[in-house]
Write a protein that binds this ligand. Structure first.
Ligand code: GLP
Length: 243
């Protein structure tokens, strides 16, 4: 694993954006796995700037998002569809037909829907770069602790800690979430390159256990130790518990 330490968010975002920009230059039809969460906002702002100054052309890029809250329509302001539209897609030129985000509104044939998401990734010949954030409990995507390392795209019940973090951004009285649709850890591990960004002290324990701890389903991100090309880009607080 490559661990890159940066002074602050700004430097993390710049480095991650440059890495993605040079990958798109090398392969204009890049298959990009995308993540949501506050950690990604600054990175997407950088990508938008690089697009506006003509450094990046997304016209051939295909994207696959990690996850979505189960039960939220794409129009819901807290949905990951909405997050992606507002933070990235409405500012850049990824063709709509190249954007894939799990549908939080499916009501039946869940296994079939999840299998079709996996098939779409395979049909695109797999993900070149998968972006990840990390939850305080070590989750990646919505693969909460106890997720199998071989897991595939599926419905996953959200952990209490994740629910607490999620509902912070919901208006009082809005629907209580319980589940998500998420790529599995096995799905994530098939990406050719993985880039995980983490900032802040609240992520320090999860980061240290992921990088230095044993590989265990109690810390889903520790499964990344099994992947041959993973880069963590961290600020100092997030790296503070690393040996
Ligand atoms: C959600 C997403 C994860 C993300 C995490 C961290 O749980 N499903 O993919 O990594 O949030 O979010 P934040 O960056 O806001 O800490």
């Amino acid at each position: 694993m490559l661990v890159i330490l940066k002074r602050d968010n700004e430097e993390i975002n710049r480095q991650a954006a440059q890495l993605i920009a040079s990958a798109i230059k090398k392969k204009p039809a890049l298959i990009l796995g995308l993540a949501t969460g506050s950690t990604m906002v600054g990175l997407y702002q950088h990508l938008v700037i690089l697009h506006k100054n003509s450094t990046i052309d997304f016209s051939q890029v295909k994207t696959f998002n990690l996850d979505e809250y189960f039960g939220l329509p794409a129009t819901h302001p807290q949905s990951f569809h909405h997050f992606m539209r507002e933070n990235l897609f409405r500012h850049v030129n990824v063709p709509q037909c190249n954007i894939h985000i799990p549908d939080g509104t499916i009501r039946s044939n869940y296994d079939q829907y999840c299998a079709s998401y996996e098939q779409a990734i395979r049909d695109a010949s797999g993900i070149d770069i998968q972006l990840l954030g990390i939850g305080r409990n070590g989750h990646i995507g919505f693969n909460e602790p106890t997720s199998s390392i071989a897991s595939r795209t599926r419905l996953k019940v959200l952990d209490q800690e994740t629910l607490e973090d999620s509902v912070k951004s919901f208006a009082p009285g809005e629907e209580r979430l319980q589940c998500s649709i998420t790529m599995g850890i096995g799905t994530i591990l098939e990406a050719r390159k993985i880039l995980l960004l983490a900032t802040g002290e609240s992520k320090a324990e999860a980061v240290a256990r992921s990088i230095e701890g044993p590989v265990t389903s109690s810390v889903p991100a520790s499964a990344l130790q099994l992947h041959p090309d993973v880069t963590f880009i961290l600020d100092e607080p997030a790296a503070s518990q690393l040996t």
